[in-house]
Write a protein that binds this ligand. Structure first.
Ligand SMILES: [Zn+2]
Length: 118
């Protein structure tokens, strides 16, 4: 029986049609996802954690991208792969950072009072 694609890398590899339990998105895990080119020469990629979109600008084919999902507080290194069929894939590698997200204003507290909204 062939080795499942999931077990290829030391930390795990998920193909573009594999669903991934967010608990398995530990640092080093690689996830491939499909992309969509959009007018203006940009590229939409889908975050593995929750399916939200990130829109890449500039020379997205050759740049390395640091992508942050502000909903899930996850960070990824993203590289674009030419599928040689007219389409592009995105390879997400989960990073170590788990940033602490800034929350909305409006909390009534001594601290919030030190920085009144503009
Ligand atoms: Zn997310």
């Amino acid at each position: 029986m062939p080795v499942p694609e999931h077990n290829r890398g030391p930390r795990g590899f998920y193909g573009p049609t594999d669903s991934v339990d967010p608990k398995r998105l530990i640092p080093g895990v690689t996830v491939r996802r499909y992309t969509e080119t959009i007018p203006g020469g940009r590229l939409d990629v889908i975050a593995p954690c929750c399916g939200r979109m990130a829109r890449l600008d500039g020379d997205w084919m050759h740049d390395a991208h640091l992508v942050l999902c502000a909903a899930c507080a996850r960070t990824y290194d993203v590289q674009i792969l030419d599928e040689n069929d007219g389409g592009f894939g995105a390879e997400f590698v989960v990073r170590d950072e788990r940033p602490v997200l800034v929350r909305r204003r409006g909390v009534v507290s001594w601290l919030a009072g030190q920085h009144p909204a503009g």
